[in-house]
Design a protein around this ligand. Sequence first.
Ligand SMILES: Nc1nc2c(ncn2[C@@H]2O[C@H](COP(=O)(O)OP(=O)(O)OP(=O)(O)O)[C@@H](O)[C@H]2O)c(=O)[nH]1
Ligand SMILES: [Mg+2]
Length: 169
Amino acid sequence: MYNVTVLGKTCSGKTAFCEQLSGSKFTTSYLKTIEVTPYYFPTMTIHDTPSGNRFGCNNDTLYEHTDLFLLIVNDDQTNSNIYNKIDKEWPNKEWILLLNGGGAFHMRRRWALTKDIRVFQFDMKTDNGLTPILDYIYDLSIRELSAQPPVVDLRLGWEYLDALYSSCV
Ligand SMILES: Nc1nc2c(ncn2[C@@H]2O[C@H](COP(=O)(O)OP(=O)(O)OP(=O)(O)O)[C@@H](O)[C@H]2O)c(=O)[nH]1
Ligand SMILES: [Mg+2]
């Protein structure tokens, strides 16, 4: 199963994004996320995360098993603390930067370019730009599934070899 983890500051739109992907209607109401919340899809699990470290949660195991990080931002900055922290510990993970809102995000885009990170932009209120993001993530998760065939295939392979061998003797 492909593991996706959604990161970002408080009120950047992490939960709204996850809810929207699971078919919920957009709402302006806000409820702070206080624990990691999984959203299940056929080929992947997307984990919504609480922002900050208010509850002292340790997400190391989640980060370790994450195949793809989605960093959601709704402000324009030259750097990302959360990226720096995670990349230091787990370099070479796949990242995507999601720009939430209609701004130009010049600094964020430049930052992503220097890190070779793919950028998407969307606005959930208008439901604009979500489909290409979901398609892209879905393609990545499918690629992962085909790269690691189920174990049962290997077992069948051994049975086949066994039969081949005994018919030769
Ligand atoms: N107009 C507009 N509002 C948005 C968008 N995304 C999120 N919001 C609003 O921003 C507020 C916060 O969104 P959440 O998704 O709950 O934020 P969060 O990143 O999960 O916040 P924490 O759980 O505190 O970390 C909500 O009131 C949303 O309705 C968007 O794309 N457009
Ligand atoms: Mg949230």
